[in-house]
Design a protein around this ligand. Structure first.
Ligand SMILES: C[S@@+](CC[C@H](N)C(=O)[O-])C[C@H]1O[C@@H](n2cnc3c(N)ncnc32)[C@H](O)[C@@H]1O
Length: 355
């Protein structure tokens, strides 16, 4: 064995333990979210473990160790035997209705972790699995991850920036959301624009089930959900607006979907895309995408896995549909106009693409 630099070894152990802390914090964060511990902390202000245990009707010794882990991991504050969330941490971890709520992603992570064993087979065969195989918790997590953006920003901030779109929606337009997941975006749009008709398309029965629940709760009559395993997007140039939110990179045949979108749009229609901010090469992602480690993780366990769910799938993966690829694939499908938008989202880029 060549002589080792023990300082470097020590550094590596620091890295390793930091990653393990991250995994523990995700698992315990998701548990705390489910048990109402973050909400209790936000509602009670600085509290002892006894007070939080009493507020949540949980066992004090377990609550105390959870609080200590979360404080040691930097999520909670600790002073004079009391634990608290900063006002910012309250928004991110405790307030489900906040535009800044972020803890929903922990559901996706923990749901996906339960499926990692099966990846061994994919590494051998080359074939992945579709979204439905990622479990109910993952579907719920995806819904909770994206919901704050759709509920707080889509209608007031995002749609008005798209050329002529709000005027059409107010007058009465035909809209599709492809890869609609739990239909949160569609529900918001169908409430805001009662003169327009909305169609959601997805091929995951878990997502479609959540979409139906959300639709029923909203009670809007101008929304219809379609299962793309039986029903394809009608390709007769009737749609004014088609949206795809964080799903093109998950698709086994994205080029076909993009061509279908092109054929479905009216000649003056709009395809509005949100997709993960990536760069054309791995080297650029390493240099410029601060969350590359997390995103490649999601890719192997979720997005690329879905995009390779059938033999010959495109397998773009989480970082596989950056602006350069979006432009190229849009042009190949016959689109001619492309405008990039920045809505100050740390993970997504947005493209307004037109025939
Ligand atoms: C990351 S989720 C995003 C869901 C939703 N757009 C949102 O933002 O909440 C990706 C979605 O794409 C769907 N999907 C993947 N391949 C699809 C396909 N070929 N046709 C329709 N939906 C697809 C998945 O089932 C999943 O619901």
């Amino acid at each position: 064995m060549s002589e080792l630099d023990m300082q470097k070894v020590e550094q590596l152990y620091g890295e390793l333990f930091g990653k393990v802390e991250g995994a523990m914090t995700c698992a315990l964060g998701q548990l705390g979210d489910k048990l109402g511990l973050y909400r209790a902390l936000a509602d009670s202000g600085p509290s002892t473990s006894k007070e939080i245990a009493s507020a949540t009707e949980l066992d004090e010794r377990w609550v105390r160790e959870w609080l200590r882990q979360q404080a040691a991991a930097g999520i909670l504050q600790y002073e004079h035997d009391r634990f608290s969330l900063t006002p910012e941490a309250e928004e991110v971890f405790a307030r489900e209705e906040s535009p800044l709520f972020g803890a929903g992603i922990l559901d996706s992570v923990m749901g996906l972790m339960q499926t990692v064993d099966r990846l061994e087979e994919s590494f051998r065969s080359g074939v992945g699995e579709p979204y439905d195989s990622f479990g109910k918790q993952t579907a719920v997590g995806i819904e909770r991850t994206f919901r704050p953006f759709f509920r707080s920003r889509l209608i007031p901030e995002v749609l008005p920036v798209l050329d002529g779109v709000v005027a059409k929606l107010e007058a009465g337009a035909k809209v599709a959301d492809v890869g609609c997941g739990a239909a949160v975006a569609l529900v918001e749009m169908s409430k805001a624009f009662p003169n327009s008709e909305f169609h959601g398309y997805d091929n995951s029965r878990r997502a479609l089930a959540r979409a139906k629940v959300n639709h029923t709760e909203a009670g809007t009559r101008n929304l219809k959900i379609h299962d793309t395993t039986h029903e394809r997007l009608s390709e007769d140039e009737t749609f004014d607006l088609i949206t795809t939110f964080d799903c093109i990179h998950d698709m086994t045949h994205p080029a076909e979907t993009i061509s279908a979108i092109r054929r479905s749009l009216k000649p003056d229609g709009t395809w509005f895309v949100a997709d993960i901010r990536g760069y054309p090469t791995f080297a650029e992602n390493l240099a410029s995408q601060p969350f590359a480690g997390m995103l490649y993780g999601f890719s192997v366990i979720c997005c690329m896995r879905s995009a390779l769910a059938v033999p010959g799938g495109a397998g773009l993966g989480t970082l596989g549909f950056p602006e350069s690829e979006a432009r190229k694939m849009a042009e190949e499908a016959g689109f001619t106009r492309f405008r990039k938008h920045d809505f100050q989202n740390p993970l997504n880029d947005y493209y307004e693409i037109r025939p």
